[in-house]
Design a protein around this ligand. Structure first.
Ligand code: ADP
Ligand code: MG
Ligand code: MG
Length: 258
């Protein structure tokens, strides 16, 4: 079992113009284990993406207090690629386009980067796994022979990210707004892919604006983030309650004036 712990995390960003900093995350606490799917919901601009970017190591986000631990080890001083090697996966983390590298070549390199020198995946094993996952995601082989992300539609990019997830098999995936802009068919395919990863060796943090996605990927734990803090956690029913009562209802319940 792997664990991912966020402890009293405070994060600042630089303001564009005034050469000032602003605190976005104001003491976030979160503990996840493999085998669990957590969802974070919350209004726009409350720091959900900041949390996932900070966990993955985007240098635009400065930690001023607190820690992030993977299996008990602090990762905050590790570069992004080391965090990835240690088992974290952030959807959208990969470059938009890499010239001259096909999608399949990229995937194989990404898998091998996480394996020891003497344990590289064989071409045969890779292609077998690729075919299996392409079928699951209803994707054509042709997609993998194209240059990475070149000319991919929004829906194809999302599907391709889930293909990366299935191929790379991280311990923890941070999936930020994987549902945005998807039609219902694509949403179902993306959900099927994530659900196929469910099991003792996989955990996910699903960030979403809407409850709709959580009808397809049913979370074990739902957290609500407001103004840089997790203000409430519960089970999947919490997402349903939010959908019907809105964030305003929760603000009233918690006596928040944010
Ligand atoms: P959410 O994902 O919940 O909508 P974000 O984490 O994207 O919220 O943003 C939270 C706040 O932090 C917003 O006010 C946003 O403008 C600001 N912010 C996020 N990233 C940056 C950045 N790289 N530079 C400056 N401000 C940022
Ligand atoms: Mg504070
Ligand atoms: Mg966001």
């Amino acid at each position: 079992m792997a664990t991912l712990e966020v402890k009293d995390l405070h994060v600042e960003v630089e303001e564009e113009q005034e050469n000032q900093t602003r605190e976005i995350l104001k003491g976030v606490n979160l503990t996840m284990k493999t085998g669990e799917i957590h969802a974070i919901m919350g209004p726009n601009g409350t720091g959900k993406s900041t949390l996932s970017q900070t966990i993955m190591g985007n240098s635009a986000y400065h930690i001023t207090k607190g820690d992030i631990l993977l299996n008990g080890e602090s990762i905050v001083d590790m570069p992004v690629d080391e965090r990835a090697r240690k088992g974290l996966f952030l959807a959208m983390q990969y470059p938009a386009e890499i010239q001259g590298v096909t999608n399949a070549e990229f995937l194989r390199a990404a898998i091998n980067a996480r394996r020891a020198e003497d344990d590289q995946i064989s071409v045969m094993a890779f292609l077998k796994e690729l075919d299996k996952n392409l079928a699951l995601l209803d994707m054509s082989q042709e997609m993998t022979e194209r240059y990475l992300n070149e000319g991919f539609s929004g829906g194809e990019k999302k599907r391709n990210e889930i293909l990366q997830l299935l191929m790379i098999k991280p311990s923890f995936a941070l999936l930020d707004e994987i549902d945005s802009g998807l039609d219902i068919d694509a949403l179902q395919v993306v959900s099927k892919g994530v659900n196929s990863m469910r099991g003792d060796n996989f955990g996910a943090l699903i960030i979403t604006h809407y409850q709709r996605l959580l009808n397809y990927i049913v979370p074990d734990v739902v957290h609500v983030m407001m103004d840089g803090q997790i203000v409430k956690s519960g089970n999947a029913d919490l997402a349903k309650k939010l959908e019907s009562e809105g964030y305003a209802g929760l603000r009233d319940e918690l006596g928040l004036d944010v």
